[in-house]
Design a protein around this ligand. Structure first.
Ligand SMILES: Cc1ncc(COP(=O)(O)O)c(C=O)c1O
Length: 381
């Protein structure tokens, strides 16, 4: 039986961050990056088994979990990793923050590439590290690294490049040659790369293929920390299970030392859900990708006729990156909220004239949201 993504699961009054932001207001939320879908049945079943056991003390990663992750990486990306390379974490943002503390403690520079997920701007310690922003640029309607600008920004004070691959919010899936160029530059300037690949299993463009940079640029793997999680793909972000993959022993040691005493262990329910996701969740994921691709196509078609809004092409994620500069508004997010649509403000990602729309919801919710956006834009005359 096909998975039912059409039925609306109400999240109202469930303390959902996404929905309760607009509690008691007629505003449909399309902002923070979680999905409105119920999780895959194998995940629910695994959680139920743990619930029935009823004891939730400190818990080791289940042995089968590393095996499931390793099998997934091999099958999807032909990337072979050792179980010892995996460091379990309660969040990917935690991994970003630990990387800053581990690899840049001396007033060095951390390079980030806006527009970018907002925690790239704030996961460092402001008094100990500098964030240097090198914007991506657009080539043929696709956001990518500006290699000239990147090299101009690198110096012997550069310690860390924080990458987001696939990229949130622009939806770019980087090619092998793009990744190779970045890795070469990091070699030249002795810069460590932390690659946030949380969206890697959400490629919706059939022409695109995600490449983990540590696999694609294996010669540079000794300077790469890869961060991954099943949280976005299988909608279990509230459970808190992520992981870093660090093949180099010394680099991993530095990372773990910085995490020690600060980073809590992963909760038992989170381990179980993540194991079920990687081991038994691929059929659900494949159907999800089709549903998301359909939703993305729907908003592209619909929003095309709204003057002042341009839905940019994305290759991955369930986040549409929309150029709203044509509306000429100072507060685009506030404007749409007044018309019953809750979007993310582009400003949050470092690009004020954009808005971001999370389309991981049932089609009917999306249709209502788009109808409200249409009314809003038409009200401008
Ligand atoms: C690129 C990126 N990294 C990290 C996160 C959050 O990760 P976590 O909840 O595991 O800290 C998000 C959530 O939207 C994201 O888009």
């Amino acid at each position: 039986m096909p998975i039912d993504f059409d039925t609306v699961v109400s999240r109202k009054d469930t303390d959902s961050l996404k929905w309760d932001k607009y509690r008691n207001q007629d505003i449909l939320p399309f902002w923070v990056a979680d999905m409105d879908f119920k999780v895959a049945q194998p995940i629910l079943d695994a959680l139920q088994v743990k619930m029935d056991h009823g004891v939730f003390g400190y818990t080791l990663p289940p042995e089968a979990l590393s095996a499931a992750v390793i099998a997934h990486l091999k099958a999807e990306y032909q990337w072979s990793i050792d179980p010892e390379w995996i460091v379990w974490l309660p969040g990917v943002v935690t991994g970003l923050a630990v990387s800053c503390r581990a690899f840049c403690t001396d007033g060095g520079d951390i390079v980030v590439n806006p527009p970018i997920y907002h925690h790239f701007f704030d996961s460092h310690e402001a008094e100990r590290q500098n964030v240097v922003q090198v914007p991506l640029h657009k080539i043929d309607d696709r956001w990518t690294y500006d290699m000239q600008a990147l090299e101009a920004a690198f110096s012997n004070n550069t310690r860390l490049l924080m990458m987001c691959s696939p990229h949130n919010p622009t939806g770019t899936v980087f090619t092998l040659s793009e990744l190779a160029a970045v890795a070469q530059l990091c070699e030249k300037y002795d810069v460590i790369m932390v690659s946030d690949e949380i969206h890697c299993d959400l490629v919706i463009d059939p022409q695109a293929q995600h490449h983990p940079i540590a696999s694609a640029c294996a010669d540079s793997a000794q300077r790469i920390v890869t961060l991954m999680s099943g949280s976005k793909t299988w909608n279990i972000a509230g459970l808190n299970c992520s992981f870093a993959i660090i093949s180099d022993d010394a680099l991993r040691h530095r990372f773990c030392s910085a995490a020690n005493s600060i980073v809590p262990s992963v909760p038992p329910l989170a381990f179980e859900a993540t194991l079920a996701a990687y081991r038994d969740g691929d059929e659900w994921r494949r159907e999800l990708l089709q549903y998301l691709a359909g939703n993305y196509e729907y908003i592209r078609q619909e929003i095309r006729s709204l003057k002042g809004l341009v839905v940019e092409p994305i290759q991955a994620t369930y986040l549409a990156w929309i150029d709203a500069s044509g509306l000429g508004l100072d507060d685009t997010q506030g404007f749409f909220e007044k018309h019953g649509v809750g979007l993310s403000a582009g400003e949050q990602f470092g690009q004020a004239q954009y808005i971001r729309l999370n389309f991981a919801c049932s089609r009917s919710t999306l249709e209502e949201g788009v109808a409200r956006m249409r009314k809003a834009v038409e009200s401008l005359g």
